[in-house]
Design a protein around this ligand. Sequence first.
Ligand code: SAM
Length: 320
Amino acid sequence: MITLVEFFCGMGGVSEAIRQFNSAHPLRRICVERAIEIDRDCGAVYQHNFGAVDCRSIDSMDLSEVATTRSEQAWWLSPPCQPYCRRGRGAPGQDRRCDAIRAITHYLSHGDRVPSVVLLENVPEFATSEDAADLVSTLHRRGYATWSGNLCPTQFGIPNLRRRHYLIARRGTAEISPPMPPPMPPPVPSTWLFTIASILDANSEFAAELLVKTSTVDAYRGAMDLIDPHDELARAACFGSGYGKSLIRSGSYVQQGGRVRHFSPVEVARLLGFSSRYVFPDRIPMRRRWKMLGNSVSVPVVKTVLEAAFDVAAPRHCTR
Ligand SMILES: C[S@@+](CC[C@H](N)C(=O)[O-])C[C@H]1O[C@@H](n2cnc3c(N)ncnc32)[C@H](O)[C@@H]1O
């Protein structure tokens, strides 16, 4: 049994990928032994779906408490990406939001007990940051082999842009096979495993809270990513944490029945690969749901990264 500590667990995209990994590979199960998250709403959503969360700041933790001597303990790190991305401030040097990943790197550098596997997901810009350089050089010095690279759900036949940087580090010298998108069945119609239309809810079409005002669409039409659900080749833009707040470059919109609407949170969750078992507690408002989803992960991509990290062959066909 592999045990995993999910740092920065947010709404639990990695736990969702682990749930799907475990059903695909029942003989090589991963057990999340601890999930850590500072935000109480995220913690409540995580707990609603997966169980207890340690709701506190990673930078104030004693990480030797987290590390065990088990032979197969993994740490998953999804630190905040805003300090590294162009739309955030993009100047991580003094940004306090980087303190937690720096504390983890410091522990990995000096700690007596370190995990056998370290995994990380972030925006592609993270790869060229000093924080990435410090983490990777620390891992090499402590005897980890590493693989890193960018992956996008579109490579997996999923009609959604979300290019992210992934790092796999495993203690020992064995080479890490890069995560490979699973071989796909003959796609229908020609590019994607499923169409945008197939993830839309019929009752979202006229939901008042999803509609964008016609005057707003008229003013911003050229800059908005509008999707015609009849277009079988359509793909959605990357949904960011500002979806529902900022109109441009935060995600796509559905053009339906002469109106333009947002994708509902459930529709975004489907695009990200969450199964129908995943649910938000009723009290979480729509804006918060979009924000959490914008900070989350593409579940099938994370599942493939886990398969590469733990040397498990991917199933022959990618399924939803
Ligand atoms: C990029 S998101 C990760 C999202 C997660 N992978 C998911 O699927 O939802 C980063 C998360 O780290 C949390 N966070 C930021 N700083 C933290 C800290 N110092 N300690 C614990 N959690 C923190 C944020 O609240 C946010 O939910």
